[in-house]
Design a protein around this ligand. Sequence first.
Ligand SMILES: [Zn+2]
Length: 96
Amino acid sequence: MTMKRGFKKVVRTRMLATGESYSVARAKILSSDKVRCVECGQYYTEGDEVDSQYYDSPYDYWKGCHQYCLACWLGVGPKDIARTLKEIEQEETSQS
Ligand SMILES: [Zn+2]
């Protein structure tokens, strides 16, 4: 399994915070309990997108993976989509 650079940053951040070794920090992130997304409230696992390109720039998900699920970080989360649907409904209502 190839590790993306962005994910390594996540592991290093945890190493600095906890003093764990790289392999321990990595294993704990991959097996971590689900985290609640502050944006949409859905539960996700930080290590879910371990091979994702989104950890790296230009997305830099490594900065937000502790608080946001990937969808919300990219702006396509359930709340973003719901907001868009609501806007469409309001447009339709105002036109009729
Ligand atoms: Zn979310």
